[in-house]
Design a protein. Structure first.
Lengths: 322, 301, 293
């Protein structure tokens, strides 16, 4: 078990290094001035040009450049954002918690909804009912999140005025206690609704397939042979075994959501990592772009590691394997 | 004794590549999801090809009315500048389908060749492919594309390349998995032992039998590509010189309270394309495993 | 005590042995519909099991022998529709018209149960053995007591170190051990009738003997009625008083095991016997003693 965790950790570090190296090589491939390539489309003063050249050793051989590039990352120096006039790392640390809040809130609501829908669909006895569920979840999953967000804003924010159109909260919040919490939920409601439709549909599709797969297993027949009731079979045999695959795939989906809920954050102007990336791409603020990409990769690697560990803990076959 | 295993060992795809392509098509049409998906995709393709005939207005020309609601004159209404939205949606089918088709085929070619080499020869090919695929999968496709677009610009061709580069590992992994599995099959082993040339073994024995999952992946790749293209348009980052559904949604953002039609129709078009492709994929999967869906029946007695 | 030959004669009316038979199947027809195709899996089969008797059902795969057992227990395979005809009388009750909840109670407690082949597939991979056996117990005592009862059951089916086995997961046991766990599960509800569907097929030959031994002992000690479904005639010879030979969904021959072994009437039966002799070098067919009910 510990070996499994260690193995995956040892695996993750070179992977992250590789991501940084690829970013470095990509920057090298941009034709023209290397300083401009790193900084983006911002005007550069001679003094700043000199400092960048010294810091990243741009006049040295390429391997030395790569070394100093990696070293800067290792020391937590992700560069400087010209657009925002602050260090990239500070920017990321400011944005990251908001993305985490959004992703956690979204998944906490979406996955249970998806599991229940998938369970109902998987258990439905008639072929027609099953087909209707499959079609509905397929359409729900196919709706682009940004379009759905737009529709929700048009309906529930602009027309009905139930929820705010965008943002994470008022600039100065005077609410406290329960009111403060309600205020937060008020701003979270529409983005979370998008998660429920998209991620919920994904989870429901996997859950449905998983339930049917589990139902075809011998131990379900054996459980019926034992004379267990429907409810007992669902509780004692079906749920655990069919939820497992959903946990893994939803975990991976959660990881990439942390890496950047680019679209949902853009629709609702939710100032997280994803929006930071989009703004940086628009402004060609390349140091910020690279910084967000590296942090996103790190998030994905870490969360995937956690998912694998959780999976190993819940499945006795994997647990005893090492 | 006839067992399922022995009937499988007679290579079903002997008659070759095109035949198996036709078989797959016939299978898709036999399922309700699949045939529905094919109908949707056919409508979209016809729309894209005959866009100049179908569209009543030039998509970039201005009409006299701006922000006109849907009517018989302007089926889907007009935007703030007076473009006819129906005509733009019709022309938008071209960009979406070109992006979807070309990137799916590019990743089929790239991923297919890499996957075949890795699955057939194993060894170095395998190691390299798995590492590269892993590297790509540490990032969501949309972020990879955003990264590349930020660095190299967002002209149409760069966009195509970026999307293909972001999604090819999916196809590579799938083909690799299929080839690993097929190498174990009796008829493939027999063909190799019989000294048939590698080209023959791969193209005539293995590929036809991996056709079904590969085509499923092509459909899924195309849907991801169309979604990414639309997303970039929506973010205002794609090539401004083309008419695309995503860009229409980008424009719609500023008129959400006064012109719902600017948002509804282009979004529905994206949705339709993605539903169509996913239905084809579903239909193929269902055709491959017709048992699914009956397992719960006896649970209810 | 009734002589094996007399007990075995199927032509004999049931009333004479004093009480009604445990299971009587008359003119059973089973049609399975899978999508557009349908299979007539069982064709007007008459079948009888007396209390405490061990009956064999022999046939190749696809002969309808498993479907027969599953139809009685109403545990049909996953197909789109099942059509049943005929009568199934168990312990004086008509199973054809019995509501689902009553069927469940019969499987739950002192009715019938089934030992499946491929024991790995029939055990839940994520639950410890003792929990899987405990949930089949006819009475469900609270606290620590189910564990103790499970251990007793595991001991009864001949598992060494039952306490340790009880706490294991299925994948940690050998095939023979798993098969005996599946037998323990089937016994946990204290059934009057036990169906054993290919109980030894998935096992090595040495383990097969152990499992056969276990089944024979249980049949003798508990007096449970038993139906052994197998393609392997030597298994029937080991365990059963009477035997039904099935082919293409029909019973083509039935009678006392000794009679059929010595003088098969149907050429198909004769061929089955020859095949089994050839593969097993059966020698003298050892017949199990009638249950001392």
């Amino acid at each position: 078990m510990t070996r499994l965790i260690l193995l995956r950790l040892v695996h993750g570090v070179p992977l992250l290094l590789a991501v940084i190296i690829v970013c470095f090589l990509m920057l090298q491939m941009i034709p023209g001035d290397p300083v401009q390539a790193m900084v983006g489309d911002f005007p550069v003063t001679q003094a700043f040009r000199d400092s960048i050249e010294a810091k990243y050793r741009l006049n040295d051989p390429i391997l030395t450049q790569l070394g100093s590039y990696l070293l800067n990352f290792a020391q937590g120096d992700f560069g400087f954002s010209f657009q925002n006039q602050m260090p990239v790392l500070d920017l990321i640390l400011e944005r990251l918690p908001r993305t985490i809040l959004l992703a956690v809130a979204g998944f906490v609501v979406a996955i249970p909804v998806g599991l229940v829908v998938g369970l109902i669909a998987g258990l439905s006895p008639s072929r027609r009912a099953d087909r209707i569920w499959t079609t509905l979840t397929l359409i729900a999953f196919a709706i682009p999140t940004f379009w759905l967000g737009q529709l929700l804003v048009m309906m529930f924010a602009l027309k009905l005025d139930w929820f705010p159109t965008q943002g994470i909260g008022p600039f100065v919040s005077r609410a406290h206690g329960v009111d403060w919490l309600l205020e937060r939920l008020h701003y979270l409601a529409l983005p979370v609704a998008v998660f429920v439709v998209h991620e919920g549909a994904r989870a429901a599709r996997i859950m449905r397939a998983s339930v049917q797969e589990t139902l075809s297993q011998g131990y379900i027949v054996n459980a019926r042979m034992k004379g267990l009731t429907r409810g007992e079979i669902i509780r004692k045999h079906l749920l655990r075994n069919s939820v497992l695959p959903v946990v893994t795939t939803s975990g991976y989906a959660f990881a990439s959501t942390l890496g950047g809920t680019v679209l949902i954050e853009s629709v609702f102007t939710w100032p997280g990592l994803g929006l930071l990336l989009v703004d940086a791409v628009r402004a060609r603020d390349n140091m910020t772009v690279v910084g967000v990409v590296v942090v996103a990769a790190a998030m994905v690697i870490v969360v995937n590691l956690l998912v694998d560990v959780i999976y190993a803990l819940t499945d006795p076959r994997v647990r005893s394997a090492r | 004794m006839t067992s399922p295993a022995s009937s499988r060992s007679a290579a079903p795809g002997r008659s070759g590549f095109l035949r198996s392509l036709y078989d797959v098509f016939a299978q898709v049409m036999a399922t309700s999801h699949g045939s529905f998906g094919v109908i949707i995709l056919t409508i979209l393709t016809v729309t894209a090809i005959f866009a100049p005939i179908i569209a009543p207005y030039d998509p970039i020309a201005l009409t006299d009315d701006s922000l006109a609601p849907p009517s018989w004159t302007y089926l889907f209404g007009t935007d703030n500048l007076g473009h006819d939205i129906f005509s733009m949606v019709v022309y938008g089918a071209r960009s979406s389908l070109i992006v979807g088709l070309s990137t799916a085929l590019a990743s089929l070619l790239l991923g297919g060749v890499m996957g075949m080499l890795a699955g057939y020869y194993r060894g170095v090919f395998e190691t390299v492919l798995m590492r590269v695929a892993e590297l790509f999968q540490t990032l969501p496709a949309i972020i990879i594309v955003l990264f590349l677009v930020s660095l190299f610009g967002s002209s149409f061709w760069l966009l195509l390349a970026a999307v293909a580069l972001a999604i090819w590992p999916l196809q590579a992994r799938l083909v690799y998995g299929q080839f690993i599995r097929l190498r174990e099959a009796d008829y493939v082993a027999a063909a190799i032992v019989a000294g048939l040339p590698v080209r023959h073994v791969i193209l005539r024995e293995m590929l036809p039998n991996a056709m079904q999952p590969i085509i499923v992946q092509v459909a899924l790749d195309a849907s991801i590509a169309i979604l990414i293209e639309a997303a970039l348009g929506y973010l205002g980052i794609s090539d401004p010189n083309m008419v695309s559904w995503g860009q229409l949604l980008y424009e719609a953002q500023n008129f959400m309270s006064e012109a719902w039609w600017m948002s509804i129709f282009p979004g529905a078009a994206i949705c339709l394309a993605i539903v169509g492709l996913n239905m084809v994929a579903d239909g193929l999967n269902e055709a491959a495993d017709p048992k699914s869906g009956s397992a719960s029946r006896n649970f209810h007695d | 005590m009734i002589d094996v030959h007399e007990r075995g004669s199927p032509s004999r009316p049931d009333g004479e042995s004093g009480d009604a038979p445990l299971l009587r199947v008359e003119g059973l027809d089973v049609r399975l519909h899978v999508g557009a195709t349908s299979v007539h899996a069982v064709r007007s089969v008459d079948f009888l099991v007396r209390r405490g008797e061990c009956v064999g059902v022999v046939g190749e795969s696809g002969s309808g022998k498993s479907t027969l057992a599953r139809a009685v227990m109403r545990l049909m395979p996953n197909v789109s529709r099942v059509e049943l005809g005929g009568a199934i009388i168990f312990d004086g009750r008509d199973l054809m018209t019995l509501p689902g909840a009553e069927m469940r109670k019969l499987r739950r407690k002192s009715g019938f149960s089934m030992v499946f082949q491929d024991p790995l597939g029939f055990l839940n991979p994520t639950k410890r053995i003792w929990r899987q056996v405990a949930e089949a117990l006819s009475e469900r005592p609270g606290g620590d007591r189910p564990f103790a009862r499970v251990v007793k059951l595991l001991e009864e089916v001949g598992l060494p170190e039952p306490e340790r086995v009880a706490k294991r997961y299925p994948h940690e046991l050998s095939g023979g051990m798993r098969q005996r766990v599946v037998i323990a599960i089937a016994l946990a509800s204290e059934p009057q009738l036990l169906f054993a569907d290919e109980p030894t097929t998935a096992l090595d030959s040495t383990v097969q003997l152990l499992v056969l031994d276990t089944l024979r002992r249980l049949h003798r000690d508990r007096g449970t009625g038993m139906v052994v479904i197998t393609h392997d005639l030597s298994v029937v010879a080991e365990l059963c008083d009477r035997v039904y030979v099935m082919r293409g969904g029909e019973v083509i021959e039935s009678g006392a095991t000794v009679d059929i072994f010595e003088a098969p009437e149907d050429p198909y039966t004769a061929r089955l016997i020859e095949l089994s002799r050839a593969s097993h070098t059966l020698g003298a067919a050892k017949l199990c003693a009638p249950a001392s009910g």
